[in-house]
Design a protein around this ligand. Structure first.
Ligand code: TXA
Ligand code: MG
Length: 381
């Protein structure tokens, strides 16, 4: 299958391009499109065959349910059997926006979309392209993140192409997305609201409105064997780059020292090494690694990523430093996280070390993704 790539204006999507994409959705095809969180892989949420195509294109386990995206409040009663007061409050505060709510489903929603569950996840995105596409298609659009299952979510059209080119009908290229982490998910299908996935709308912020908000343990801890998380997707390895990733945690100075030590060991063994760090520590790494014998440091801007290499006995191993953003701007770190993880893959790194980013109220969402990407491999120093 050839994937048609269509450039679209993120602020004012061209109507004829949206119409073309909407016709594909209506005829049961797959269209990747930008949302304010990450790119989604869309299909008609009410067409079981179309939903199944999403699972096939992503290589996604069929018990992992999809989020149905709507553009207007009137579309909700067709999907959600009960809408509690808590749900109404959250919708009023955060829709359209990066919040997904889990409701008991109506009969209209096929089990192919909900992975066999009797609940349905619904989100009303704020991105103009997503909203225009849903309206033009005239049906809710089921859309997981538009990546191969297990890989970092796509925040640029390039990432969608890396994973799904040739497997989907169309990609609407609306440039880079804004937030860069997937939506916050709250289960409002029972009396006590339950946070299933942290996101841009943080646990801290939500607790100001929802005093009784419970938090699913799968948000931050690895699942014990035999335990079933409430969001089935939380049990799979996720967001992962190809090379093994280790998070190093401790004071800044200890972390910098430990990462440099580990990096040098790996380089001397001939491995290419990626380091993910905050902009505040980039100069320290460059300085330390130079002292360790790294040379040919090529970098663009002073605080951008840089690549250097270290000669070892059989040749030369490469080291790549990627800056995720400033610790004072956690939104910047969230925005750049998946792109940084993917850039290590493109540069064929063999091992990756990352600092820990427990900063601000977004720290919970960032670390949720980073820990899963690392398979919970954390080195405490
Ligand atoms: O920001 C987002 O949410 C993006 C954009 C495209 O909207 N979508 C997204 O979808 O992240 P996905 O499929 O990658 O993640 C959806 C998560 C999965 O962990 C899934 O298990 C959970 O939502 N989920 C979906 N329906 C559910 C349900 N009925 N009950 C519990 N969890 C559910
Ligand atoms: Mg996903």
């Amino acid at each position: 299958m050839e994937t048609k790539i269509v450039a679209i204006d993120a602020g004012q999507p061209q109507p004829e391009r949206i119409q073309e994409a909407a016709r594909i959705i209506q005829s049961g095809g797959l269209v990747a499109f930008p949302t304010e969180t990450v790119y989604g892989l869309g299909a008609d949420a009410l067409n079981p065959q179309a939903a199944q195509k999403i699972y096939a294109a992503k290589g996604r386990p069929s018990d992992n349910p999809l989020i149905a995206h709507i553009a207007d409040f009137e579309e909700l009663p067709a999907l959600a059997a009960e809408i509690s007061d808590t749900a109404r409050t959250l919708m009023r505060l955060y829709w359209p926006g990066p919040l997904t709510l889990i409701f008991k489903k109506t009969e209209t929603v096929p089990f192919a979309t909900t992975g066999g569950l009797d609940t349905v996840a619904v989100r009303m995105p704020s991105h103009p392209v997503a909203r225009a596409l849903i309206r033009a298609a005239g049906t809710p659009i089921a859309a997981p993140s538009a990546n191969r299952s297990g890989r970092p979510s796509p925040t640029k059209a390039l990432h969608v192409r890396e994973d799904l080119d040739g497997h989907i009908d169309m990609l609407l290229d609306g440039g880079e997305v804004g937030i860069g982490l997937e939506s916050t998910i709250i289960d409002v299908s029972s009396s006590r609201p339950l946070l299933l996935r942290p996101g841009f709308i943080s646990e801290e912020t939500l607790k100001k409105t929802l005093k009784r908000l419970a938090v699913d343990t799968a948000c931050m801890e690895p699942m014990a064997p035999g335990v079933h998380p409430r969001a089935p997707g939380m049990k799979y390895r996720h967001y992962a780059p190809q090379a093994p990733l280790t998070i190093v945690r401790g004071t800044d100075a200890q972390v910098e020292k430990a990462i440099c030590f580990q990096a040098k060991e790996a380089l001397c063994a001939g491995k290419n090494v990626g380091i993910l760090c905050a902009s505040e520590s980039l100069l320290t790494y460059r300085h330390r690694l130079k002292k360790e014998g790294c040379r040919d440091c090529q970098s663009g801007r002073l605080l951008a990523s840089c690549v250097c290499s270290l000669p070892y006995k059989d040749g030369e191993a490469r080291l790549m430093l990627e800056v995720s953003g400033s610790r004072r701007e956690p939104a910047e770190i969230a925005h750049h996280l998946y792109d940084a993880l993917r850039s290590f893959d493109r540069a064929r790194m063999d091992v990756i070390f990352s600092e820990s980013f427990e900063c601000g109220s977004l720290g919970g969402a960032i670390m949720n993704r980073l820990k899963k990407a690392a398979g919970y491999h954390i080195l405490e120093v």
